[in-house]
Design a protein around this ligand. Structure first.
Ligand code: GCU
Length: 328
């Protein structure tokens, strides 16, 4: 939150406005909440973001990061942020879909052809920038995106086709699109916050989940789910957001510094994520997890109706069309 120091400095300046030359700098400290581990690439990228913001604002804006859901899970953090009790949060497009329907565009399965296509969309004005700016009316705006890889099913048995998912309870994020996708693939979607998932897998509350390779390794889900099935149904970006109450108190120079730091840390994340994936795949194998290579065609067929529906959904149709056009 805005520290009292800034107010006190202003008071001090007013009191001392008697010809004295003061070079006091007010320091604004912003709290940033996320549900990830300190070893996760996204935490490292946000530390880089914090360093960049500090440099670009000459130490006037500092970001204090609270990892591991200390300030609440992703949903709770967003609610705190909307109420003005928290400055910043790292969420992802799946979770944000329930706060701002525009984010649902990223969640349509098999929308991105590859990582380059995904980045062309994130870095574009008509998709990436527009979605970051679309949520002001809901009390927050997006600063930047962070790579979170491709999401695949992981379970206690190999999933070679959607038929193998039949009857399985699969944990999903609280996203209408993720729920629909898992239903069309033939499984039963079960929304559970990420921080409760390890125990849910261990106790058999769910038979599996869907996420990137770091869930297997950094979050140790591979201790329970021994098959990571590479169907790669979605590429869902993490998103760094800020409360509009906090944003509006920053000076235009500070806002520009935040945006620039966001874009630079996104580039940094792009690089560290690429380095991370191969190493994490190897770690997963060392944990005894089987990486299953699948023919994606039947998975793509199972969710095809979702793309057609997305083109009829006024909240996201224009984005989906623009993303399709960026495929070449
Ligand atoms: C990814 C994402 C997180 C999210 C998690 C989930 O790991 O980076 O922001 O919480 O998926 O499935 O809940």
């Amino acid at each position: 939150m805005f520290s009292q120091k800034r107010i006190l400095t202003k008071v001090a300046l007013a009191v001392l406005a008697s010809g004295l030359t003061l070079s006091a700098h007010a320091v604004t400290t912003l709290k940033l909440s996320h549900n990830g581990d300190e070893k996760a690439p996204v935490h490292i990228a946000m530390k880089h973001f914090a360093d960049l913001v500090k440099d670009k604002t000459h130490g006037e804006v500092r970001i204090r990061i609270y990892p591991n859901g200390q300030l609440g899970n992703q949903r709770e953090s967003m609610e705190l942020l909307q109420n003005g009790a928290l400055d910043m949060a790292k969420s992802n497009a799946s979770e944000l879909e329930s706060f701002d329907a525009d984010y649902g565009a990223f969640n349509v399965p098999y929308l991105f052809h590859d990582r380059e296509h995904f980045y062309r969309a994130l870095e574009s004005k008509e998709v990436g920038d527009k979605i970051l700016d679309s949520s002001r009316q809901y009390g927050f705006i997006g600063i930047t995106y962070y790579d979170a890889g491709a999401r695949s099913f992981y379970t206690k048995k190999a999933i070679n086709t959607p038929a193998d998912l039949k009857g399985l309870k699969i944990r999903v994020q609280p996203s209408p699109t993720a729920i629909k996708m898992v239903e069309l693939m033939g499984a039963s979607p079960t929304p559970i916050p990420y921080g409760e998932l390890y125990t849910a897998l261990q106790q058999g509350v769910v038979d599996g989940a869907e996420n990137n390779i770091n869930s297997i390794t950094t979050y140790r889900h591979g201790e329970v789910a021994k098959f990571f099935n590479l169907d790669e149904h979605t590429m869902i970006p993490d998103v760094l957001v800020i409360s509009t109450k906090t944003w509006d108190k920053l000076t235009p120079e500070e806002q520009t510094a935040m945006k620039q730091a966001g874009r630079e840390s996104m580039e940094y994340m792009k690089q560290i994520w690429s380095e991370n994936v191969d190493a994490e795949m190897k770690k997963a194998k060392d944990m005894g997890v089987t990486i299953v290579t699948v023919d994606k065609a039947p998975f793509i067929d199972a969710v095809k109706p979702m793309h057609d529906e997305a083109l009829k959904n006024t909240a996201i149709a224009d984005y989906v069309k623009a993303i399709d056009a960026l495929a070449q």
